[in-house]
Design a protein around this ligand. Sequence first.
Ligand code: PHE
Length: 326
Amino acid sequence: MDLTALKASAIQDIERANNTQEVEAARVKYLGRKEGELTAILRGLKDMTPEEKRTLGTAANELRQELEALIEKKLAAFARGPRTRFDVTKPGKKLALGHAHPLTKIDTQIREIFSSLNFSVVEGPELEEERYNFDALNIPGWHPARDMWDTFWVKNEVSAKRMLMRTHTSPMQVRYMEAHKAPFQIIVPGRTFRYEATDASHEINFYQVEGLVVGPDVTLANFKFVIEAFFKRFFGSEVEFRFRPSYFPFVEPGVEVDIRLPGGRWLEVMGAGMVHRNVFDAVKYDFRNVQGFAFGMGLDRLAMIKYGIPDIRLFYSGDLRFTKQF
Ligand code: PHE
């Protein structure tokens, strides 16, 4: 038998083997020490001419190596077991991915809604100067309204300025107007701090979203339109809300806005009003040319209403059983 025919039939036998015994049979048939067909050829080399030895010898040895490798591969494939078919109709395996905290979700949603209403989103510092948090907002040191904001004062070892953790996002009203001309419309989402006892509806830190719209003829009616559009997008079109007269030193008139809860109870979610003249004076706006509305809402409150969460402290508990539900 010539080498080419032997190679073809050996490869075929090995390829067709269905189990290890059949592979072994093929091995014995071609490479067996006593009667292997290739072994016989290799053994016959010694009776050949040097010329024949060189050509046939090389080819026969190469073939032996090739067959051994093939056999090894085949045996390894049997050792791996049957190849499992890929079933494209099976549902995929779900990857365990993390997800956003409920407050982050609410924050993202609020930014999206106001952006679509043509508001810019800006942010400000959490460590704030007394002037921005209070004085420029028409709350001088002697003002009794300072009691509305229990304050974390922070020791300032660098300058004489009194520093605090901002008690609301309203200081950004002042910072923004100092740096920009009207007209504009902004929201300021951010973290706020109050030196208070905690309970189911109070935390020492929480989140607010400030809003400020200033222009030549902005009115409280514009505020009602904007906030109604926001509530409808955020809670759904059946949402009920109401304005109550209220007092904040930096607005006149001032209102509080309540949302009707599923049980029928009203819950306050924001303070608002028309920007006070003294605030415009503090930022060197001419009150005869501009007017505007401002609002500040509690992000945690909105999240509690939307998701029916009974206790604000759950947001900051770090308890995965809580956060995984959103
Ligand atoms: N800053 C006020 C608060 O924290 C809310 C508010 C903002 C009221 C803007 C009026 C206008 O309670």
